[in-house]
Design a binder for this molecule. Sequence first.
Ligand code: ADP
Length: 660
Amino acid sequence: MHETRPIASNARRMRLLLVLPKLGIVLLLAALLSLLWLLQHNETEEERSALIKDVLWLEQNLRFHLNGNEEQLQQLAVDLATQPDATGIFRTRAAHMLKTRPEIAQLLWLDANRQSIDELPSGSRPADGIESAIPPIAGKYFEIAGRLGKPVYSDPYFATSGRAHITLLAPVVSERRLTGMLIAIYPLDSLLGNLVPWWFTEKYRVAIVDDNDIQFATKTHIEGSTSQSYQIPLEPPGYGLKLKVSSYPSPGNSLQRLLTVAIVVLGAGVFWSLWIVRDLMRKRTLAEEALRAEHAFRTAMEDSLTVGMRARDLEGRITYVNPAFCKMTGFSSDELVGRTPPMPYWVPEEIEETFAIHRTVLAGKAPPDGFEITFRRKNGERFQALIYEARLIDGNGQHTGWMASMLDITERKAAEELARQQQEQLQFTARLVTMGEMASTLAHELNQPLAAIASYNTGCLNLLARPDYDPASIRPALEKLGVQAQRAGRIIRRVHDFVRKSEPKRAPCALGEIIEDCLGFVEADARKNQVRIECTIPELPPIAADRLMLEQVLLNLIRNGMEAMAGTPEKERLLKVDIALGESELRISVSDQGCGIDPEIRDKLFSAFFTTKPDGMGVGLSICRSIIEFHRGRLWAEDNLRSTSGNGTIFIFTLPLEAA
Ligand code: ADP
């Protein structure tokens, strides 16, 4: 949920970013196309005005020529009417005219009855098929010209050869009487052919058309479609004839078209590439988002770790520390990253030792189970750290440095120490309690040797009082007295040793002796409680143990057994201490025929302060187990299946047979 929002806003931003270049390209394309259109428009306009200018020029040129022809023909008509050698004049002038005005195909001279007087070219029919007879259409205009008394043009007409012609009729009037008619025949194609200059036809297509767009003649040098045209009435001859001039598209036009196509294609190309870029960007954004999410997840993971993490390169320079590491040491990441030994969190007094450990780690010999070390926080406070070092292998499988995880175990250590002290205190207390319990027994115990000493003493005094006393007879009594005194002294020393608080010390000791001592200790108690004690001690190697502690365990177990048999019939009150010598351990069992242990309380037996006795403290068995575990042994309870009373418990503990 948290990731979708930035992804959506990013996508929106990306879309916006992509819209801008697209918009820019559209505008650029529009501007380019408008520019092209404008250029084209201007060019067309220019072309048109040039066309109009050229057409006007051509029309003027044609008119000038035709008017010139008309004048010459009229002059000839006048001369024919007035000059004596009319035939000769016609021949000379007509020949001259045909030569200088090649657009005229033939000149005819008719009389008033429309009969041919002369014609040029005569007789022979010209190769291009000019009619030699009077054109039928000219008949209509013969009369009009005669009546008007001035030159008249005929309608255009198609001769049998298919060529279009017009004729110019000039009346020959003599003394106000029509005496003849001069006719000039213009094939329209030769009119265009002779009067339109060559350069004009390089640019334009010139045609003579009528109102119905029927084409009479054309002239051009270029093939192909035309772009624009302009028409102007062709007068003379009139009759709706028009000069139609069409221009060909200039080569610039096709270049322009090519440019337009190129622009459009390029624009499309840019759009397409933008599309691809958009796709790529989208994919990239998605990948980035995924990466960011992954990174955020990893960072969150690292940040929430309570274990300090530290990465170092192969030279021992710190390359990374996580927040937990910073929190433990009190130094910020900036203060630590890039640092080389000695590190600011090293304890100055132990710099040499820390350097040695550092070198061991860099040599790849750090203990795989981790090691403990004391570090210093920024505020000077010391703390215990448990460090695990591992090789840092990068994505290519290269060993690039060392990664360490660090645990602050100061509190754990303190708690352990406190527990140890408490346990010690408890042991001490237990010893005091045991001592209290033993006090009465002790008094009784001491009573015996003391009573023996007193009686030996009285005996000696009695011997001394005799007149015949023999000093040698006193000796055995005195020796026995000494033994009893030593025994009393041992009893007292044992109590003293027992109560004195001392650190557990493992030293080679004979288990047989310890057991005998204990039994000596409880002897009086057992007698008092009518308990029989059986013990067989085989030959044993010395074991490494704390003698006092083992005594305490044995005393506890023996005393518990005796107490458990309080309700057992007197003759069944049997307590056995057995030792079995195994291959690697000694197995010592203390069995009673007492009340046995209820299955419900069996689990709680070894918990501290668990007791079923009104005046019990419930710490005995818990201390016993700690002591045995301190000696790397085990302590447990089983039912005494061999009990003759039917009930009973066996407490068994083992001790490893180590070279003492
Ligand atoms: P305490 O003797 O002060 O009660 P212990 O830790 O020595 O404390 O013993 C805990 C309890 O275990 C005793 O209260 C008793 O109920 C039970 N217990 C110990 N030894 C025996 C035994 N030999 N037979 C039956 N119950 C026993």
